[in-house]
Design a protein. Sequence first.
Length: 231
Amino acid sequence: MEIVGFLKTSLIDYPDMVASVVFTPRCNFRCGFCHNGDLVKEENDFIASREVLETLEKRKHLIDGVVITGGEPTLQPKLESFIKVVKSMGYKVKLDTNGSKPEVLKTLIEKNLLDYIAMDLKNSKQKYHHTIQNTIDLNLIQSSIEIIKASRISYEFRSTLMKDFHDELDLHGIGLMAKSADKLILQQYQYSDKQLEEKKYQAYTLDEMKLFKQKIQERYQIKEISIRGKY
């Protein structure tokens, strides 16, 4: 599998786990606010999978899980075989995805290769293409949502909110997409110099996001909505 980044220890990327993080290159979305913009671009130095796996083997007494993120990992043809090796070491595996490849998610779930999934919901369906700066069959996104909700593994949906892309109607659109989900995380936009675009978007305040939470949680029967940002 193509790997362009490896973080040996993280306390924040896998809920309640000490984990290593594996970064894959490329993405089929072009979200200007993406904090991993350098991974989306084509010019990256690769890290040998063998070296990463050898390090994971040595660190089994130090970490509990492995996060595979990107970029978009489901674009990787060798993702399944990589995860099989990681699982054989006894690790829990979390996958971060944009949900554009539901068939990959379905296969990985059916083969019991995933323990946690985090899927981004970029916007309401009406503004999805504008937000991702690309076109995609939105039925694929909805299929991934339903596959994840129907699975018996832990998961979260998450949306990074900014005034440039999201208004209250869009929040209701996101709520509708995630209806009856176990968990939705509303993330406050924070500027990063690693963004795909250098523009500083307009962030919502945490108080504004709390109001959004109140308006959609009960209406769309979402069990838990968390707000992630600077307090």
